[in-house]
Design a binder for this molecule. Sequence first.
Ligand SMILES: [Zn+2]
Length: 100
Amino acid sequence: MDIWHQMAKEWYWFVIVGALVAVAFAPSFLKGKCPQCRKRGLVSVDLDQVGQEQLASFGLSFPTLYNCRKCQARLYRERSGELKAADDRFTALFEREPTV
Ligand SMILES: [Zn+2]
């Protein structure tokens, strides 16, 4: 029995199992990183119909609102652009969300 060959075969399985585990947990790793506290605590804010209409009236292109669960920062981003601090006009939208 070639010991090196045997070890290589086992590493191969480690890589496969590792990749599957990584894929299964990827969504939590990909959680947005908060630019203010540097932690991965960002969650997108789900708006109701009225909130969505209000947000659309700001004239932003595909905006998404984010709330940081760690430091309570309020942020927004257009399409997949940079995260920006949400100014006063967003306050009412964030306050529509039921607090968890
Ligand atoms: Zn934060």
